[in-house]
Design a protein around this ligand. Structure first.
Ligand SMILES: [Zn+2]
Length: 197
């Protein structure tokens, strides 16, 4: 599922706005950290999750699909010598690389957040906070916020690859394709993770 937040897409155009937004982001991050949210960041992905979730479960959920990766990539997400948080970030990066490869789209300087809630109820509450309407999705992507939202009840590499598909499509095209086309392409990513390598 992908939701557009049209009003927010134009943010960042003016430098003064950028400064305001970055300051706001930093303030939001500090406030969320104080509320028990953990932020993990690599070059293109920021993973945000409550500090009491089961990271082993999250890691296992992100490794349900078996698509081939380079030896270096596999070492990064499978080598028990690394911290579990680092392995999870490496796995997300592999899914992201695979998503871009399947779509043959590589938007420059693309980054995204992935926010994982404890359950669907918390996820639906977040949806309501953003859109002031009630929906119960397993996960969704909001382009205006460059964020994938999901929960521990449904997170998986399948879900994440689908939502990353939406993120890549929306970042790649200057004119964002119709929702039905984007949905077909995002579903294509999920269903072709293991193929063609
Ligand atoms: Zn979708």
């Amino acid at each position: 599922m992908k939701i557009r937040l049209a009003g927010l897409i134009i943010t960042g155009i003016l430098i003064t706005w950028c400064h305001a937004i970055f300051a706001e982001d930093a303030a939001d991050m500090a406030a969320e950290e104080a509320q028990g949210w953990v932020f993990r960041k690599n070059s293109c992905i920021t993973l945000i999750y409550p500090d009491d979730i089961n990271l082993k479960k999250l890691e296992a959920r992100l490794k349900s699909r078996c698509f081939s990766v380079s030896a270096i990539e596999k070492d990064m997400f499978a080598n028990p010598a690394y911290e579990i948080e680092d392995r999870i970030m490496a796995r997300l990066e592999s899914i992201f690389l695979r998503t871009k490869e399947i779509l043959a789209m590589d938007p420059p300087s693309m980054s995204m957040k992935i926010k994982v809630f404890r359950n669907r109820y918390e996820l639906s509450d977040e949806y309501y906070l953003i859109f002031k309407t009630i929906q119960h999705y397993r996960s969704f992507y909001v382009h205006g916020l460059k964020t994938i939202y999901t929960s521990m009840q449904d997170v998986s590499d399948s879900e994440i690859s689908h939502e990353m598909g939406h993120a890549v499509i929306d970042n790649y095209f200057t004119v964002i394709p119709p929702a039905k086309i984007a949905e077909i392409l995002a579903t294509y990513v999920d269903s072709h993770l293991e193929e063609g390598r």
